[in-house]
Structures are given as C-alpha cells and as structure tokens.
Write a protein that binds this ligand. Sequence first.
Ligand code: FAD
Length: 663
Amino acid sequence: MKAHIVGGGFGGLAAAGYLIRNAGVSGEDITIYEADARMGGGFFLGGDAQSGYNLPGSVFDSEFRCTFDLLSAIPSKSDPAVSVKDEFFDFNTRRPFDDRARLIDGNGRILHGPRFGLSWRDGFHLARLALTPEARLEGRRIEEFFTPHFFASEFWLAYSTVMGSLPQHSAAELRRYLNRTLHMFPYISDMANIWRTRFDQYDTLIVPLVDWLLKRGVNMQNGTYVRDVGLAPIPDRITVDRLDCERNGAVTSVAVAPEDIVLLTFGSQAADMSVGSMTAPPPPQRAGRSWALWQRLAQARKEFGNPAAFFGEAHICDSHWVTFTVTTRGTEFLDEMATLTGSESGRGGLVSLIDSPWVLSLSVFHQPEIIDQPDGTYLWWGYGLFPERKGKFVQKRMDECTGAEILEEALRQLRFDNKFKAIMASSICIPCDMPYVNNIWMPRAHTDRPPPVPKGATNLGLVGQYVELSRDVAFTIEYSARAAWEAIHVLLKRGPAPPPVYQAQYDPKALFAALKVFVCPRSARPRGPASEEDRAMKLVRILSYGLAAFAGLYLLAAVVYAIPMIAGLIDDKMAVKFDRADPSIVADYRNGLTPGQRETFYHLSQGSEILPWPLLTAVDVADPASTKPFVENLERFGLMPDPARNDGLPVGLTVSSNPFTSA
Ligand SMILES: Cc1cc2nc3c(=O)[nH]c(=O)nc-3n(C[C@H](O)[C@H](O)[C@H](O)COP(=O)(O)OP(=O)(O)OC[C@H]3O[C@@H](n4cnc5c(N)ncnc54)[C@H](O)[C@@H]3O)c2cc1C
C-alpha cells in the first residue's frame, strides 16, 4: 500500500506522522507533494536578518490533544534530547504571558475594567449562543446575537484580536470557540494561559517534523503542484486512480492503485499570500492555486462541499489581514514598549491599539525568536484586522502601504515620537498580505466543508482546515492534525481514534473560572507598569490571604472535631469500654489439656514481678469518680478483662507467690 499526501503544511506532515505511528505504514511508502519550494504552508519563515524576516504570529493552548500526541515523539530542533511537546510545555510553564496592557486606546490609556466590560446582559447572550445547538446556527452571523454594547466591550476587543472574529462572521464558529476556550476567559486580558512556540513556528514545528519524516524515508516532492485527481468510473464510489502533477512546467501522472490511499489538503489560509518590503507594498496575488483542486472536485461532485463559501474575491473584505514582521538592530522599540506597557519584554503577549483605524495588534517576541537569529537583532510582529481602511497618520489603505509606512503608522499610534527616527533607522519592516487568512470564520452551512472521508470514498481522505469536524475550531494546527488522524483512522481502521476535542463547558474548573469573571470581577484599575505602591499592596494582599487561609483552616478543623463530639460519637475522655468476654466462645484446640490445666497455664507467672499484691489491693479507690477498688477498674487503661478471673486483673497479668519471699 502506498500513501500519497497532497499539501505539505502542518496537516499533510502530521498525516505522514500518523500513518507511520498509528497505522504502521512504512515511511518509504509515503510521498508528500507540495506546491511551494518548502514544506510548512501557513507556518513559514521567510527572509533573513539582513533583508528582514517574515513570519506568522503564534497562538496555542495546552489542549491541542492530537498535535501534542504527535509532537511528543518528535525531537525538537533546539535540543534533540527534548521532544517538541516538552519544549512547548516547559517554555510556556516557565515563561507564561503576563500582558499588562492588552488594549490601549487612542489616548494611550490601558483599557481594563471589571468583568472585561461585559454587562450581565452580554453574559446572558454569550451563554445563550454557547448553548444553542450548532444545527440552528447555520449561516447565521455573530452580530445577530449581541448588542452594540458587547462589540465595544474590552472582552470582545481582546477576544476578537486574538481569535480573528468579526461581527459579520459565523455564529456557529464563535459558539465552537466559546465552548473550546471558556477556560481562557479569566486570562483574556493577561493572556496567561494562551501559549506560543519557544522559537518561530517553522523552526519549532515544521523543521523537526520534516527531519523526523525524512529519517523514516518519507519521499518529499517540493515544487510539485497536483493539478487534478482522477476518479475511477465506479458508480456511488469515490476511488482515486491517478494524480496529475505539475513540476517545473512539466505534467506527469502518478498511478494510484485501489489499495493505496490519497490524502488531499483542500485550501489554505495562506492562499495567495504575498510579501512586500520596506519600500514596496505586497503585490496583490489572486492565483487561487491552493483551492483550485477543491473547486474542480466540488464542481463534479456534491460530496466535496462548497469552496465558494470560503474562497473568492467577494470574501476577501471579511477575511483579509496584513501582517508585518519587524527586524531591528536597536533596543529602542523594545525598551519603549516595556515602559509603555509595564510588561517584561517577550512576555507581553499581544498589545492592540483599539482606536487605530487598522486595529493594529503588536507582539514583541521572546528573543531570540529564530534559532539562528544573530546577536543584537530583535524581532517583533504585528497585524491589522482592517487592512482595507486608511491609516490615521499614513493616509493609505494598509494593504497598499510599504513596510516603512506601516512602521510609521504603528510608531505614531504608540506615540513613540521621541524615538521615531532611531527606530525607523534601525528597523526593517516586511509587510505580508493574506487575503484568506481569516476565512475559516465565514458563515457556513454544515455541508460546505466535506467530512475527512467523503461519502462513498474508498481510498480518499481530506485533511486541513476546510473539512467538517465536530466541535473543534479551525484557525489552529490542531484542526488540521485532527482531520488527518480522523481520515486515516476511518480509511485504514488502524490505530486509536483521535482523542475527544476538549470542551471547556464540561470541565468544572473551566466553568468556575468563567463564572468568576462575572461573580468576582477583576479590578478596574488600569494595569501597566507596577509602582512601589502596587508592590507594597501586593505584599499586604498576600499576607492577608495567608492569614485568612490559616484562620479558615483552624475554623474548619474546629468544626470537623465539633460535629462528632456534639453528636455523641466520641467523648473527650477517650475511654475504651469492653464488655466482659464470654468464656463460651474460647476455642478448644484439643491439645490434651483439661479446662483446669488450661486455666493454670494461662495464668502462670512469666517471671516479671510488677507490684506486690497487698500493695496493689491497698490502693482501693484510685479514680475519684469511681467507687470500685483500683484492680477492679482497670478498663479505663484500655486493658481487657479476663473472663476466667474474679479478682479484677486483666488478660496478661496474673498473681503468683514468690518462692524466695513467700509473699
Ligand atoms: C498567519 C497565520 C498565523 C497562524 N497562526 C496560528 C497559530 O498561532 N496557531 C495555530 O494553531 N494555527 C495558526 N495558524 C493556522 C495554521 O497555519 C494552520 O492551522 C496550519 O498551518 C494548517 O495546516 P494545513 O496543512 O492544513 O494547511 P496549510 O498550512 O495552509 O498548508 C497547505 C499546503 O498545501 C499546499 N497545497 C495546497 N493545494 C496543493 C496542491 N494542489 N498541490 C500541492 N500542494 C498544495 C499549499 O501550498 C500549502 O503549503 C496560522 C495561519 C496563518 C496563515
């Protein structure tokens, strides 16, 4: 059996990984066809320190279950003794985001208030959407479920600039996001449980995976575009029998046997991406190659869904971003940002300038961002959510701006006027136009995305972000990884099924965290840099919490002790009470002893004299609360009464006479 994978983005590479790990397919029987010169798709790394880097931003969380399952087996590039998964977990646990200025308004003020600006009504609307069955949300838009107050709230501004959602986008996708990310709600401002890769995504994810696959003999055909897929003429079946590949202008056909499998990546968020420079805007690209195959197949058969719901000129205004990567040789920008935001450089997460016409969001990376990044070079990144609008300081649409113009608008918006010249002189800003990056948010019908294995398919699976998986959110590598795992599992019926999608609405910890946002809203005090007073207050708060916790524990212990005491289950004398034992239950092992001999044996002296008998019996009433002589009241010491004796001595003690003293 041979496996043919079309598309070498994370989805295609993950598919090869699952074929080897889960389905026992030999690497040598797997071929990946990738149109671009390099594998990686949406996780690219372009340029260099001299001409300026170009890369995507980074948003992950700890519940990328399919992804981390695979990455636990892949050695990282920075340290092959550590897996990519461990690198991820270690970095994000040690250096979580601590964003102290998530949103900044047009007056340079940090926007942060109780309940993230949500009213109880907004909360109700969020809950209503999260609880509405997805089938009732087909084709519906987010704006149908909320009031203008919600879209002006801190919550929405912070959420939408991380996740990419807009009011006109899919209500069904937002519902999925809400249920998938409920546990992140309390951290929507400081981003503390939003994760990133230790190094850029290409170095962190793509390079190690490609190396691992190459070592196992996987055949990677870069620069190979699959133009068409031949289907065998079998009624009601979808069986691929041919791939038409274009390489260096020449077209060749690859025969596919019925027992082989073909996994196609349908479309790409990075479709028609184009890159500019400091002096040139990104040239518009409208080739449509990444979804041409999907379009061709969908025209022939309805089982392949509807690419027109996501791709095509009409959608670009709702799915378009311009990103920019700044490579700088000075620390002026990083220093200014640290002063403005109060966040430690590299831990600040995203800073969104909410009143900028492009709605710019910026992020200073943990340095070095790239493994081979030269010393003295620093990287930061940003994007505009509305690139078709004109800037405030640069009166042009963002997608028509050069890198220098985008950098100028960002610096003016930040009011870094004093350092403007120095930053401009030491920085290279590379703009990158992405017309379809946000199109997974387009309102859709259930049938617009085909399932990982279309109805009737015998040897064809679909991977990537444009297949229909239940519950998961599509703007993630997890979605592509899950689609690949699912397709392989259904087609080959080998290995485990993919783990269930994390659903925060069923996780009590996540529910509690989300509830806390409403019930115990955070302070309205603007965050930003911590003052001496802040630090002193923090210490006082920690001490007060410690004291309260101690008092609470003490109180709890007192209650736990008091309940059985009051109920009479224990008394404070801690006395042990025995009934007199029943001699009839003593077992006879028929060892030849008569009852008399046995009694004598039981009560023989073992040689240790404790007290003279007259002395012991002279202590008559040792316990003032008792009228009994001391020897008849030994139960209070926990000693067991001896059924065969009437002198009061317990089991284990006896009376004997001393042959020397005759006492
Ligand atoms: C700017 C940006 C930032 C992102 N940030 C994050 C993030 O922080 N966290 C996260 O989880 N996800 C993020 N994503 C999403 C992430 O990139 C995708 O989830 C992931 O890369 C999708 O992988 P894929 O293989 O399905 O598709 P892609 O990465 O898009 O790769 C598809 C590949 O298939 C190739 N291809 C398509 N058709 C053909 C054909 N007919 N013949 C040959 N080759 C073909 C394309 O050339 C492309 O390389 C981001 C995406 C972008 C674009």
